[in-house]
Design a protein around this ligand. Sequence first.
Ligand code: PGA
Length: 261
Amino acid sequence: MTNHVRPLVVGNWKMNLDFVEAVHLGQQIGVILKNRPAEHTDVVIAPPFVDLRSVASIIASERMLIALGAQHVNAQENGAHTGEVSLSMLRRLNVDWVLVGHSERRTNYSMSDELVKLTLRTVATSGMKAVLCVGEESGVREEGRHLDFVAEQLRHAIEGLDEKSRSAVTVAYEPLWAIGSGTSATVEQIAEMTSHVKAILRSESMAESRVLYGGSVTADNATSIITDGGVDGFLVGGASLKAESFVAIVHACNGCYAGKR
Ligand code: PGA
C-alpha cells in the first residue's frame, strides 16, 4: 500500500547528547540526507534545549532540509517559572515544532491533561507546529479501554482550539508499553488505533492532520508499519540517536509515499 499523505519523521533525542555530540549527529544526518535525499518526507529533530542553538546553526550553515523541534515548552509566555523555557525563546532559535504531552512528561513530571491542553493551545495558536502525544499504559489496553482512553486524551487536548490552530496539530500515538521497550506495538494494533484516531480527527475538522506512531520504531520495522499500519510517519526515540538508523526510517517513509511510485 502506498501513502498519500506526505510523511513526517520526528527524532526525539530526549535527554541525550551534549551540544558537541548533538552537532556531530546533526552533521552526520545532514551528510547522509545530502547523498540520499528524502524529498517526499518532512524531517524534524528535537534535541535537548541546550543543544538547540548549535543544531540550528548547523542546519542553517549546511542548508539541511531538516526542521528543528523542541521536546517541551512552558504554556506561559514568561515569568517566574524556574527551569522552564518559553515559546518566544524557542522561536528565536528557529524552532518550528514542539512535542506536547510526551508520556515521559505526563508520567514523570506530572503533566496533567489540563496542562497538555494549555500547552497545545500556546503552541498551536502561535503559528508553530505541535506534535501532540497520546497513548495508553499496558493496564488500560489489557482492560480493553485503549480506544476510549486515547479518544479522551485527544478530545480533551484539542477542545476549544479554533480551526486554524487545529491545522497546526500532528498526533503521535505512542503506547507507553512500547516506548523504549525494544518491542513495538504490532502492525494490527497500530492500524486499529490509527484509523480510530483518524476518525476522531475527521469528526473534529482535522482530517488533514497527520498521525504518527512512536514506540520502539527501528530501521527494521519502519517499512511494515508505514506500509500496513496506516500511519503518516513516526516519532522516533532510541533509533534517532544513530544517523544511519534514523535516516533509514526516513527512507522507509519516503519509499512509501505515493508520489514517488
Ligand atoms: P523509542 O521512543 O523510539 O525509544 O521507543 C519513542 C518516544 O518516546 O518518542
